[in-house]
Design a protein. Structure first.
Length: 31
């Protein structure tokens, strides 16, 4: 169960990284 939680946190982190990358790209394109 603990491993499941850690895996879920990893997935969330990957998702956040993807969102941040998209937002950064969008902001850069907008300038």
């Amino acid at each position: 169960e603990h491993a499941l939680v850690e895996a879920d946190i990893g997935i969330q982190a990957e998702r956040v990284r993807g969102v941040n990358a998209s937002a950064q790209k969008f902001a850069t394109d907008g300038e």
